[in-house]
Design a protein around this ligand. Structure first.
Ligand code: P53
Length: 473
């Protein structure tokens, strides 16, 4: 059998994309709440357009999302019915510390997640918890400038201390930051960064990066002190960059782009800044805000496992702006050998095996595939049933390649959680119509719908994948 007996099959969500209840239970306002659907979304998530409050001109999908705040018991029951061994979810920082800088946490928020974890335990579902999935309290952005400010490291450490203490025995698997390398591409989402006019963007981004990397190491330290059983992972937006061809310039460019992503994981997994990055920062006159003791903290508190999202491989080609493939925050040339999704994301199952091998070769730590899936338009039939064969085939092809990485290449793999196991709001576009789920949610891009949940064809398929431990695809 390729997959270990205790392989963690499951699905993944993020608080801001599914919970809603943005103003309930004493919750404070977060960056992700004020990111609208529509054309202004992109300049806002990239930190180019300052937008820190609601207005009448926009629709804000995260406010209610799919209202998991009220539906979670029903949703968890459906996950259990599929046989989930794990459920990846994130905490909304603002439920626990509404402003981010309070001394004392909000009990109602802590209790909300405790109830979910206890229910998971009853189902035998192991929670896999992302501490921050693109969320940052608005107050920390307005008052401190987000992660550019070192004080935010302390606030994050307080959050970490609070949750590791409270959820000891209930949660064992933790991820410190979702897609930490996304900070470079979507800094408002990744680090609560809004650029000031005339600012050196790279200097701000790498300053914030040092703070997040430090916070991640401090959280790892606290987690291990509170419970040596805790397993802490980093989380990479992965997808190998292939050179467009054997032209050495393109090979070099692929190496550069792979390193730009892996830079974060290099620090979190190997415990020090890689030389290629130090040299580049030096050339750009960027000085990391390293204080006494920081490098020791990074060195002594590396992660236990490496998790990543994988949707697509990418292609590196110098100077061919016109050929960039659409639809993704990452710039990539188009790969002529691959088909694309309705959103222009190129589909490359073998790329998952390639990516797994590259990451495992580099770090030699267990991997966890924590996001993968197909964002597609689903059309329920007359009976309200979605026959999503396209999704089944995407996932079957990816799981088959993942299996080869384990069986043929010997990669250590802890588990697989597909993205958006229940339909939720798209991070990139704010749409509901970009669906990933095994469970259809009746809600459209503008928030209309009953919120009713209906299993799709893929629900039954995934149930059988789990029951057969990945044999029956
Ligand atoms: P959506 C871009 C590229 C790679 C991963 O994305 C990304 C993004 C953000 O658009 O984010 C991850 O919803 C992320 C999830 C997100 C998922 O990919 O744009 O961790 O929050 O929903 C899929 O289709």
């Amino acid at each position: 059998m390729p997959f270990r007996k205790d392989f963690l099959w499951g699905g993944a969500t993020a608080a801001n994309q599914c919970e809603g209840g943005y103003n309930l239970g004493g919750r404070g306002l977060a960056n992700v709440d004020v990111v609208p659907h529509g054309v202004d979304r992109f300049p806002i998530i990239t930190g180019e357009l300052k937008h820190l409050a609601f207005d009448e001109a926009h629709f804000y999908p995260a406010k209610e999302a799919i209202d998991m705040y009220h539906h979670w018991r029903e949703d968890l029951a459906l996950f259990a019915e599929m046989g989930f061994k794990t459920y990846r979810m994130s905490l909304a920082w603002t439920r626990i510390f509404p402003n981010g800088d309070e001394e004392e946490p909000n009990e109602e928020g802590l209790k909300f997640y405790e109830d979910i974890f206890k229910a998971c335990k009853e189902y035998g579902i192991e929670p896999l918890v992302t501490i921050t999935h693109f969320d940052c309290p608005i107050h920390l952005i307005e008052e401190y400038g987000g992660w550019r400010n070192r004080k935010v490291v302390d606030f994050y450490a307080r959050l970490a201390q609070t949750i590791f203490t409270r959820y000891k025995g209930l949660v064992k698997y933790w991820l410190t930051f979702n897609e930490i390398n996304m900070l470079l591409h979507a800094p408002f989402m990744g680090a609560g960064i809004v650029f000031e006019p005339g600012e050196d963007h790279d200097a701000v981004l790498y300053r914030a990066a040092h703070h997040e990397l430090l916070a991640s190491a401090i959280a790892t330290k606290i987690a291990h002190e509170i419970d040596p059983d805790n397993q802490i992972g980093c989380m990479l937006a992965a997808g190998e960059f292939y050179p467009y061809d054997c032209k050495p310039e393109n090979v070099l460019e692929a190496q550069r782009l792979n390193r730009e992503n892996l830079f974060f994981i290099d620090v979190q997994s190997r415990g020090k800044y890689p030389n290629y990055a130090l040299k580049e920062l030096e050339r750009k006159n960027i000085i990391l805000p390293i204080e006494d003791g920081d490098l020791e903290i990074l060195a002594e508190n590396t992660v236990d496992f490496i998790s990543f999202s994988y949707y697509s491989s990418r292609v590196a080609r110098v100077q061919d702006e016109a050929e960039l493939s659409a639809g993704n925050i990452f710039e990539s040339a188009t790969n002529p050998y691959l088909k694309s999704s309705e959103w222009g994301w190129q589909i490359d199952p073998k790329g998952l095996r390639i990516t797994m091998n590259s990451v495992y070769d580099r770090y030699q730590k267990p991997l966890f595939v924590v996001e993968n899936g197909l964002g597609a338009i689903d059309q329920p039939n007359a009976d309200g049933f979605v026959e999503d064969d396209y999704r089944i085939s995407y996932m079957a092809d990816h799981i088959a390649e993942m299996k080869k990485a384990v069986e043929l290449d010997g990669v250590e793999l802890l588990g697989y959680t597909s993205w958006g196991c229940i339909d939720l709001v798209s991070a990139g576009t704010g749409e509901m119509s970009k669906r990933y789920g095994f469970i259809y949610v009746d809600r459209d891009d503008m928030g209309n719908g009953t919120l009713a949940r209906t299993p799709k064809k893929s629900f039954h398929w995934y149930k059988q994948v789990i029951a057969s431990n990945g044999e029956d695809l």
